[in-house]
Design a protein around this ligand. Structure first.
Ligand code: NDP
Length: 240
C-alpha cells in the first residue's frame, strides 16, 4: 500500500510542487490549505489530489483534519509542514497580531501537525516529517522579527523531535529554502528583490521543484539515516 503523505499549504507555490513530486514518487498525497478555495479547486481538478481545508494554526482543527484524512484516505506516514505566512514590518511597525499570527501558523502549525500524526508514526514504526524553515530563520532578515523567530524555532523543533523519533523509525528534518519564485516572493517590492537576487551566488531565484526534490529524498526509505538535519537549498546565499 502506498504511504499517505499530507502536505500543508499543499495547493500553491512550494507546497504544490511538493504535492506533485510526492505523487510522482508513488505516495498517496493529500493537500491541506488554509483559505484560497479557488486555488485549491484548480489544483484538485488538475492533479486529482484530494484537498482538505483547515487552519494549521488551530490545534483542534489539525487533530480533527488529520483524523478525517486517516478515516477517508489512511493512516498518515509522511507530514510536510509547509504552510506559512509573512506579516513583515520593522519592530516599530509590527503589531502584536502580526507577531502572533506568524508564530501561531508557521511554528504552531508544526507542533499541531506533529501532535496529530507523530504518535501514529511511532506506533507503526515508520514516519517522515519535513518542516519547511527558511534562510531567514538561519540568518535573520530586516523587517521580519516574527518570521525569523518562527522559522528559527522550526529548526530547534526539528532537532528536538528528531531525538524522540530516532529509535522508532521516524525521521524529522527541515529544509531551509532561500528565495524561491512563488506568490510569497512576488509580494516583495521589485527594488528589494533585485538587491536580494544580487546576493545569490547562483544569480537567480530558486524554483519550487528544487525544494520538492529535497523533500522527496528526506521522505524516502533511503533517507532513513538522515534525521535532525537542515537541508539548505538557497543557491549559496547562506552557507550554514
Ligand atoms: P505561498 O504564499 O505561495 O503559499 C502558502 C501556502 O500556505 C498556501 O497553500 C496557503 O493556503 C497555505 N497556508 C497559509 N496559511 C495557512 C493556514 N493557516 N493553514 C493552512 N494553510 C495555510 O507560500 P510559498 O509557497 O512561497 O512558501 C511555502 C513555505 O515555504 C512557507 O512556509 C514559507 O515560509 C517557506 N519559504 C518560502 C520561501 C520563498 O522564497 N517563497 C523562502 C523560504 C521559506 P491558501 O492557498 O489557502 O492561502
Amino acid at each position: 500500500m502506498a504511504r499517505v503523505a499530507i502536505v500543508t499549504g499543499g495547493t500553491r507555490g512550494i507546497g504544490e510542487a511538493i504535492s506533485l513530486a510526492l505523487k510522482a514518487q508513488g505516495r498517496t498525497v493529500v493537500a491541506n490549505y488554509g483559505g484560497n478555495d479557488d486555488a485549491a479547486k484548480r489544483f484538485a481538478d488538475q492533479n486529482g489530489i484530494p484537498v482538505f481545508k483547515w487552519d494549521v494554526g488551530d490545534h483542534q482543527a489539525c487533530i480533527d483534519g488529520c483524523a478525517r484524512v486517516t478515516e477517508e484516505v489512511g493512516p498518515v506516514d509522511i507530514v510536510v509542514n509547509n504552510a506559512g505566512i509573512t506579516r513583515d514590518g520593522t519592530l516599530a511597525r509590527m503589531s502584536y497580531d502580526d507577531w502572533h499570527d506568524v508564530m501561531r501558523i508557521n511554528l504552531g502549525g508544526c507542533f499541531n501537525m506533529a501532535k496529530a500524526c507523530f504518535p501514529g508514526m511511532v506506533e507503526r514504526g515508520w514516519g517522515r516529517i519535513v518542516n519547511i524553515g527558511s534562510i531567514n530563520g538561519q540568518a535573520g532578515q530586516y523587517g521580519q522579527v516574527n518570521y525569523a523567530a518562527a522559522k528559527s524555532g522550526i529548526h530547534g523543533f526539528t532537532k528536538a523531535l528528531a531525538q524522540e523519533g530516532a529509535k522508532k523509525g521516524v525521521t524529522v528534518n527541515a529544509i531551509a529554502p532561500g528565495y524561491i519564485d512563488t506568490d510569497m516572493v512576488a509580494a516583495v517590492p521589485a527594488p528589494v528583490l533585485e538587491k536580494i537576487v544580487a546576493k545569490i551566488p547562483v544569480g537567480r531565484l530558486g524554483q519550487a521543484d528544487e525544494i520538492a526534490r529535497g523533500v522527496v529524498f528526506l521522505t524516502s526509505d533511503e533517507g532513513g539515516f538522515v534525521t535532525g538535519s537542515t537541508m539548505s537549498i538557497n543557491g549559496g546565499q547562506h552557507m550554514y
